[in-house]
Design a protein around this ligand. Structure first.
Ligand code: ADP
Ligand code: MG
Length: 624
């Protein structure tokens, strides 16, 4: 029998390669724009027809090609960008495989016009499915102009698999965004079916982001920067309130090349932990600079996956830099824990004289309930002592008749917790409630329903989850106090004894400074933890479950010290909020809600649960 192995003809080999490189029109856009950037262009224009099916044209003012290069560039493995395998590890260019143009020319009708600055005349070349159709000298502008027509003309399967023009054009936009962000010093124009979609002038990064994603992005961006021997990191993250339900604007670049990386994506999400409700995604635009020797971009033909030698270190750097960035903008209560036992004052407090800790909370006393003594009394006579807006409108009587006491007795609490446990499972609505404090002052009158307080505003109704609001305020108050001084502790008459596992002991000991600063004091009897003092805000009845939760969180081990404080304080705030009582009159509720709105974060509880929901007038009308 004769031998059966043959070399594939070029056009077949190119078509096979094209299958990897060119999945859809957007891939062509990506490859061509990258080539223009590599050619040093400062201005790149794209003209697209029918989402790239009919035409993809790219015009650049880069360095152009000689007549021979113009012909060579369509050969497979033809590249000016690397000469040796070693060059792969010092890449400064986007391309290097010498595959893109050969692949594109195998599956489309291509016209190239190109001219170098030093040449009198340029070169025009036409290629159809790898076949050279025509080559001639031509008068043309300096730079390069590619026209790609009839993509996949000879690969019907691919052509038939293309999605609608809308979808394909969306892919083009995606690629466009990924390349214009890092190259903000280059001017870009994108025209689709004679309509100008983008016209971007050279600009600093922040301006480029705003030019691409819209003006309202400007207020949402928080700068992130960190430079170490391993990695340089610059860029922006979106503030938590700008987070979205979909992973829209999440961009990672390394040496100005877009890439996807679930591990680093997780680093960013981890930095946003507790700042975002579940199922919301932060936006980010992060640019890593890494020694090209430390990465391998050659793992995937379209090069969106990249291997990092130092990925673990980079993960931590991203996470802490983002956290720090958010902290600087007062979005998260980040503490400077670099020095073990010192606690720096936040800038806003630096000029204040420290005061003695003032969180002396009577366990039965609700600090926000100014009408604490009026339990259960809502009669007109009672309200004569000053509460306004509530008397003589029959409202209070109606409430009492309907069974809503002015305060919730603890007997009804258990029921509420159960109801809450269920409702916490339900998906949270993601929108932030932005309402001026002035407007809030005029919210009302309020009605009470379970742990909800419902108020009226001109735009509709605001529904508050009172316990969570209370939890948020307890947390904020403790966090503020914690910055300045250790929190107050109350001694237990009978120490709480708890046998800890080895891991739990280690976790407790590891964080002993933070725990004692928060108000715990304890001793050890062998493996047994004897808690003698607890944060004042904690009730003995919720102590055990709170300590369990704290231990559980501490053992996760990945928390940095700032997060430990957050974790412990949010557990304490949650436990402490169980003793909430909704005040008995309109004024006190109104006061409470005004104070809630004065807090930086009022829409979500420390654990990311929704505190306020808004029902617009339109939504109300639609109910009927
Ligand atoms: P690669 O980019 O991996 O080198 P390509 O097939 O994309 O491979 O391009 C082949 C070569 O063609 C490049 O190395 C470059 O020399 C040349 N080239 C492509 N596009 C341009 C352009 N817009 N301006 C100048 N030269 C270009
Ligand atoms: Mg290329």
């Amino acid at each position: 029998m004769s031998d059966i192995i043959r070399l594939l003809p070029d056009h077949v080999a190119n078509q096979i390669a094209a299958g990897e490189v060119v999945q859809r029109p957007a891939s062509v856009v990506k490859e061509l724009v990258e080539n223009s950037i590599d050619a040093g262009a400062t201005k790149i224009e794209l003209y697209i027809k029918d989402a790239g099916r009919t035409l993809i044209q790219i015009v650049d003012n880069g360095k152009g090609m000689s007549p021979l290069d113009a012909r060579m560039c369509f050969e497979r493995h033809a590249t000016s960008k690397i000469a040796h395998a070693d060059d792969l590890f010092t890449l400064k260019t986007k391309g290097f495989r010498g595959e893109a143009l050969a692949s594109i020319a195998a599956i489309a009708h291509v016209t190239l016009q190109t001219k170098r600055a030093s040449d009198e005349l340029g070169t025009k070349i036409q290629i159809e499915g790898t076949e050279l159709v025509n080559q001639e000298p031509v008068q043309c502008a300096e730079g390069t102009n590619f026209e790609i027509r009839n993509l996949f003309f000879n690969v019907p399967a691919r052509r038939n698999f293309l999605k609608s023009d809308n979808v394909e054009f969306k892919h083009i936009i995606d690629e466009f965004e990924r390349v214009v962000l890092p190259h903000h010093d280059i001017a870009f124009r994108l025209v689709h079916n004679d309509q100008e979609i983008y016209h971007l002038l050279p600009a600093p990064l922040r301006k480029r982001i705003v030019d691409v994603f819209g003006r309202n992005f400007n207020d949402r961006l928080v700068p992130v920067t960190e430079h170490t021997d391993i990695v340089g990191l610059d860029g922006f993250v979106g503030k938590p309130e700008a987070a979205k339900k979909s992973r829209g604007e999440q961009f990672l670049f390394v040496n100005n090349r877009f890439f996807k990386d679930t591990y680093f994506n997780h680093a960013v999400s981890a930095a946003f932990e507790h700042l975002l409700p579940p199922k919301l995604f932060p936006s980010y635009f992060l640019f890593l600079e890494v020694d090209p020797k430390q990465i391998d971009v050659n793992v995937h033909p379209t090069k969106t996956e990249i291997k990092f030698e130092e990925d673990k270190a980079i993960y931590s750097i991203i996470r802490s830099a983002v956290r720090l960035g958010l902290g600087k903008f007062n979005i998260t209560p980040t503490l400077d824990f670099d020095r073990e036992s010192e606690f720096d004052l936040p800038l806003s407090m630096a000029n204040q004289t420290p005061v003695m800790p003032e969180i002396r909370v009577d366990k039965t006393y609700n600090p926000f309930n100014v009408e604490n003594t009026r339990e259960g009394q809502l009669s007109g006579a009672e309200s004569a002592s000053g509460s306004s807006g509530f008397k003589n409108n029959g409202f209070s009587t109606a409430l009492n008749n309907a069974g809503f006491g002015s305060q919730f007795q603890s007997s009804s609490l258990d029921e509420l917790w159960n109801a809450e446990a269920v409702s916490q499972e339900a998906e949270e609505k993601p929108t932030q409630i932005q309402i001026e404090v002035e407007t809030v002052k005029s919210v009302g009158p309020f009605i009470l329903k379970g742990s909800f307080v419902i108020g009226s505003i001109p735009e509709g109704l605001l529904v508050f989850h009172y316990r969570r609001a209370y939890e948020r305020m307890l947390y904020d108050e403790m966090m503020r106090g914690f910055f300045v001084n250790p929190l107050a502790s109350q001694q237990l008459i009978f120490p709480m004894e708890k046998k800890l596992s080895k891991q739990e002991q280690l976790a407790w000991n590891e964080h002993e400074k933070t725990l004692s600063r928060i108000g715990f004091n304890w001793s050890w009897e062998e493996q047994e933890l004897h808690i003698n003092g607890i944060p004042e805000i904690l009730d003995e009845s919720t102590l055990l479950s709170c300590v369990d939760k704290i231990l559980e969180q501490l053992q996760m081990g990945t928390l940095d010290k700032g997060e430990i404080a957050h974790t412990v304080l949010s557990q304490i705030a949650f436990a402490g909020s169980m003793s909430f009582k909704i005040p008995g009159n309109q004024e006190a509720i109104s006061d409470f809600i005004s104070r809630l709105f004065e807090a930086d974060e009022h829409t979500f509880s420390p654990s990311g649960k929704r505190i306020i929901a808004q029902i617009s007038n339109e939504e109300l009308i639609q109910l009927f």
